[in-house]
Design a protein around this ligand. Structure first.
Ligand code: C2O
Ligand code: CU
Length: 475
């Protein structure tokens, strides 16, 4: 049935091609298709019930969970013709890429949503190596929860893997969660539930790794592995660890860090971490990848499964750092100062906020499915939070005046974390998404060097739709 739907959609898409003169759109005949539509996947743990999902696939293959890994070298071009086989509009955002604004995929801000049966050509350069991902950016709170996410890996221009002290091999590990009914079906009734949105978001009850609830990541004794961890969940913060293995952190949100030992790794939604592990287990053994499901209840979500082959010689010595490629050129002395005050949510003190330009009390906000505000505005998008001239350093104070953690994401730029609660950050990590704990104040700074209109929002996607969103303009 799905293939029928697909075929008829492809037929109508190619019929549309004979209509001439779509302005300015040069359609490369060879552009690979990123098809998005209904599919089924084995998500539920019992192995019997397939789940109806929405998934990314290609022209020649049905959609998969996660979507097909897109892999290029730094500086290379990514081209995909999004072909929408969903029953609703969509758009693709290339999360973390310092992208040309028109290709950012923020439906309603940088492009019109792509209607069912329509296509949109994404064509951009991926300038910086790192672990990124792509996901729906229209009704993302629903579309990502139904499966619309995939890895986007930008390899170092000079291969790092295989160099002295580096990993011998790498693996992408995409984590997400699903809220399933006992039948294995996605729980539809909870989409759009303002009670979830006003709390921690629509949390799932099944965690998958690379689309499976029982994933086994095959490793060989002795090898040194780079794991590219991606949290694609719409709301779940994932504290992670691998039993019996020490991890060395080498990158966050794609950015190299000076290698440092790390115990548990906490990934807010949309965050990534690259870690290196030495596979010190015995052939045939297993080690659990654990996630804290909340209140320190660690559950196994996948396993490293050692092959039976004889150990390969271990790699001695410290982990080789990734090449530092990006120059941020921050000018903090002359920075433009901005503040984002986060308010609202359950157990918060927000009494009201502006909604559609009108001061509204909390009850009116909830009736309109809003529960959060940035700077007193509950998600209105008419005006930017700020404008910055191109090349200016912007220093943003993120003030979390709520009882909930948030993961704040800036489009089109990477920022440095300067302070937390007034204390200089020990690492000054560069990221595109920052975790801000309840009542915490985090200062970040970035070089506003990418012209255009860019979203700034909470990546807990229910928070985003319920008011935690704004935008800024560069140039
Ligand atoms: Cu991955 Cu607007 O976000
Ligand atoms: Cu949030």
């Amino acid at each position: 049935m799905i293939s029928l739907t697909r075929r008829s959609l492809l037929a109508s898409a190619s019929a549309a091609l004979v209509i001439p003169a779509l302005p300015r759109v040069a359609r490369a005949a060879t552009m690979p298709v990123l098809f998005v539509g209904p599919a089924t996947a084995q998500i539920a743990p019992d192995g019997n019930n397939l789940t109806d999902v929405w998934a990314y696939g290609s022209e020649s293959s049905a959609g998969t969970i996660p979507g097909p890994e897109i892999r290029v070298r730094a500086g290379e071009r990514v081209q995909r013709r999004l072909s929408n086989g969903l029953p609703q509009p969509t758009a693709v955002h290339w999360h973390g890429i310092r992208i040309d604004n028109a290709m950012d995929g923020a439906a309603g801000l940088t492009q019109d949503p792509v209607q069912p049966g329509d296509t949109f050509d994404y064509d951009f350069i991926a300038p910086d190596p790192g672990t990124y991902w792509y996901h729906s950016h229209d009704r993302s709170w629903e579309q990502v929860a139904r499966g619309l996410a995939g890895p986007l890996i930008v390899e170092e221009a000079e291969p790092w893997t295989g160099q002295d002290g580096a990993a011998t091999r790498e693996m992408t590990v995409m984590l997400t969660d699903w809220r399933l009914e006992a039948s294995g079906a996605i729980e539809e009734a909870s989409f759009g539930d303002i009670r979830d949105w006003a709390h921690g978001g629509r949390l799932g009850n099944v965690v998958t790794v690379n689309g499976r609830s029982d994933a086994e990541l095959e490793v060989n004794a002795g090898e040194r592995l780079r794991l590219r961890l991606i949290n694609a969940a719409t709301a779940r913060i994932m504290p992670l660890r691998i039993e019996e293995h020490d991890a060395t952190l080498i990158a966050l949100d794609g950015h190299p860090v000076a290698p440092r030992a790390t115990g548990q790794i906490v990934l807010a939604p949309a965050q990534r971490a690259d870690i290196v592990i030495d596979c010190t287990g015995k052939p045939g053994s297993k080690a659990a990848l654990m996630v804290d499901a909340g209140r320190n209840q660690w559950v196994q979500v996948a396993a490293l499964a050692y092959s039976d082959t004889a150990p390969v010689p271990a790699i001695e010595g410290p982990v080789r750092p990734l090449p530092m490629t990006m120059d941020h050129a921050l000018d903090l002395k002359n920075a433009q100062r901005e503040e984002i005050l986060m308010e609202g949510g359950a157990m918060g003190s927000m009494r009201g906020a502006r909604l559609n330009g009108v001061e509204s009390d909390f009850r009116q906000l909830v009736a309109a499915k809003r529960a959060w505000a940035f700077n007193g505005i509950a998600g209105d998008m008419e005006n930017p939070a700020f404008r910055a001239p191109r090349g200016r350093t912007v220093h943003v104070t993120l003030r979390n005046d709520t009882s909930w953690p948030h993961g704040i994401h800036l489009h089109g730029h990477h920022f440095e974390i300067l302070t937390r609660n007034g204390q200089p950050d020990a690492y000054r990590d560069r990221r595109d998404t920052v975790f801000v704990a309840p009542e915490e104040v985090v200062e970040i700074a970035f070089n506003a060097d990418n012209p255009g209109k860019w979203l700034l929002h909470c990546h807990m996607l229910g928070h985003q739709v319920a008011g935690m969103r704004t935008w800024f303009e560069v140039g």
